[in-house]
Design a protein around this ligand. Structure first.
Ligand SMILES: [Zn+2]
Length: 596
């Protein structure tokens, strides 16, 4: 079928309060109005977050029940014309989703009426059915959990560029060719789903080792062609790959967007207007810009925002003649007065709350979605309340810029547990303090909410010193350590002259081998460890991807079996002395001389 040649005119109405009324817009009066709604990177936040306003009111931010309220408004304003899509990473990120391998997310998506979703890299995280998330045995099906979710879904999971390496075909648990055809108001809309080819580096590679992720451009072109061959008059791309724009609602270019983004590279590489609408994701950022003639939306992450594109299509031939974008639209049960947002970091912090409205209509949370999610919420509460049989006699707290009782306690535990010489964790990875009392699984989960694997590194003393020292670089919190002592000096924001010794002050043997335990995040070079990790041969790094339990779960099991108490005393293992400006200047002079 020939491509629509009618000029696509574009205009935007991103002011949410003063939304342009459709009758004001320059498109044929009898055009068919379709609304393409996109979400991305919900990451299990299907229940949203309950937030307390300074006035004491609690209300919901994000989540399926609140989003449903916005969808109700759109569906009432455009009956039969709304298409609801997601660009992937539905799962992974909340206990609610993880405990049931995504079941509540799909239950809610079914109720909300999603039409299709792209497969995201984190869709592979759950691995086989059951608590173990890595396919360790030949009999384990690494796609077991995902296949169950695809069956539960009343909508297709699209992964056009996902292939089984052995058969060369797309895996059977996904929708056949990654192209879905949806009909609305007599218009056939094709949806092509793609995923970033970098997927094996952003999920556990063990689970996806039987898959090949094809290049985006050829798959995009052939996908759009297949959609049109199947009768699609409009083609939408839902892609789990993204980009960032700092200026939304402005013409695309280096001034408004980071054009190195994967989604922009793709749109540069394929013929203009291969797609009528593109929905991106993966990088948790925002786009609401027209890229080479195509409206592109991407709406942050965690189910807090959505985007939409209104398409107006001619009655004869169904050519798109006009489009407008809106987004990212914050998903709020209540909003700060005079805004469309509930984000306290926005323009009116502390403003009183009012009922959220969208396009002039009240946003009413869906009781049906609430009811579906409720039993899963109860299960989370029950699991979080489970006691690990360990006492925390004094609260363990974080310290981003120095030694912390929490950091000491957790790295000591990790080192004992793995019988390692040294344990290191990044301060930024510890997300909250541990209260005193009986340790619950929930409290440990809140401290370590990321599903990092437990990595082991065999490092020489020289490499170990470099590794730890790099953890005291700029732009991130300091490294929490066990098994070594760190002495350093602070000049302004910089930490200088970092010295690493054994805990008792003895020098490290530069040629001896030390067993270091940490998270895969640091072993993969996170928080400034990229350079020193390069000097360690890959065979001496085990990312722990074939371990049945991740770092947090392994620690929970270890603590359960060990019992006793979890204690951290700041014992001087990290000493950072703040130097006077004069001393800092003298230090800089000595360093400059040494270089010359
Ligand atoms: Zn992703």
């Amino acid at each position: 079928m020939p491509r629509a040649t009618v000029l696509l005119s574009l205009a935007f109405a991103l002011g949410y309060g003063g939304c342009t009324h459709p009758s004001d817009l320059p498109y044929p009066k009898d055009a068919i109005h379709l609304t393409i709604v996109g979400t991305n990177d919900v990451h299990g936040w299907i229940d949203g977050k309950t937030v307390r306003h300074p006035d004491g009111t609690t209300f919901r931010v994000g989540g399926g029940a609140v989003l449903s309220g916005y969808l109700d408004v759109l569906r009432a304003q455009n009956p039969g014309g709304v298409i609801l899509l997601d660009a992937g990473d539905l799962f992974q990120g909340t206990l609610l989703s993880n405990l049931s391998e995504g079941e509540p997310v799909i239950a809610a998506y079914n109720e909300m009426g999603y039409d299709a979703v792209a497969v995201g890299n984190h869709e592979f995280d759950y691995g086989p059915i059951g608590p173990v998330s890595v396919a360790l045995n030949p009999n384990d099906d690494p796609f077991g959990a995902l296949a169950v979710r695809c069956k539960q879904a009343k909508f297709p999971f699209l992964g056009r560029n996902i292939y089984d390496k052995t058969t060369g075909k797309r895996p059977p648990f996904l929708h056949d060719d990654g192209v879905a055809i949806i009909e609305r108001k007599g218009v056939k809309v094709g949806v092509v789903g793609l995923i970033t080819p970098s997927t094996p580096t952003v999920t556990n590679p063990v689970n996806v080792r039987s898959l090949r992720f094809g290049d985006l451009a050829p798959e995009a072109i052939s996908g759009a062609a297949d959609a049109r061959a199947k009768g699609a008059e409009i083609v939408v791309l839902a892609i789990h790959a993204g980009g960032r724009c700092t200026k939304l609602n402005e013409s695309y270019g280096p001034q408004s967007c980071d054009i190195s983004g994967e989604i922009f590279k793709l749109l540069e590489a394929i013929p203009e207007k291969t797609f009528d609408v593109v929905i991106g994701g993966h990088v948790h950022s925002a786009i609401a810009n027209v890229v080479r003639g195509t409206p592109v939306i991407e709406s942050y992450a965690y189910g807090r925002d959505f985007g939409l594109v209104d398409l107006y299509v001619t009655k004869d031939g169904h050519h798109p003649v006009y489009s407008r974008m809106e987004g990212p639209v914050p998903i709020c049960e209540r909003v700060l007065q005079g805004t469309n947002t509930c984000d306290e970091r926005s323009e009116k912090p502390g403003a009183p709350l009012e009922q959220a409205t969208f396009h002039g209509q009240p946003v009413v949370m869906s009781a049906a979605v609430e009811a579906l999610v409720a039993p899963f919420r109860e299960r989370v509460a029950e699991v979080k309340a489970r006691k690990l049989g360990v006492m925390v006699p004094i609260p363990l707290t974080r310290e981003y810029r120095g030694e912390a009782t929490l950091g000491d306690a957790l790295t000591d535990t990790l080192r004992d547990m793995e019988k390692a010489d040294v344990a290191i964790l990044n301060s930024g990875g510890l997300r909250t303090d541990l209260p005193a009392g009986e340790l619950t699984y929930g409290a440990l989960y809140e401290v370590l909410p990321f599903d990092n694997t437990l990595a082991t590194i065999q490092a020489t003393g020289a490499q170990l010193a470099q590794l730890v020292a790099a953890g005291y670089g700029p732009n991130h919190g300091v490294m929490q350590v066990s098994g070594v002592k760190v002495k350093a000096e602070r000049c302004g924001n910089d930490i200088v002259g970092v010295e690493i010794t054994h805990s008792d002050g003895r020098a490290l043997d530069p040629r001896a081998m030390y067993k270091v335990v940490t998270s895969d995040f640091l072993a993969l070079g996170g928080d400034g460890l990229g350079e020193p990790m390069k000097s360690i041969p890959p065979e001496r790094v085990d990312l722990g991807q074939t371990r049945p339990l991740n770092l947090r779960e392994a620690m929970a099991e270890y603590l359960k079996s060990r019992g006793g108490s979890l204690v951290g005393h700041v014992d001087g293992r990290v000493i950072i002395e703040s130097l006077s400006p004069e001393k800092c200047a003298a230090r800089a002079r000595i360093q400059a001389d040494a270089k010359n």
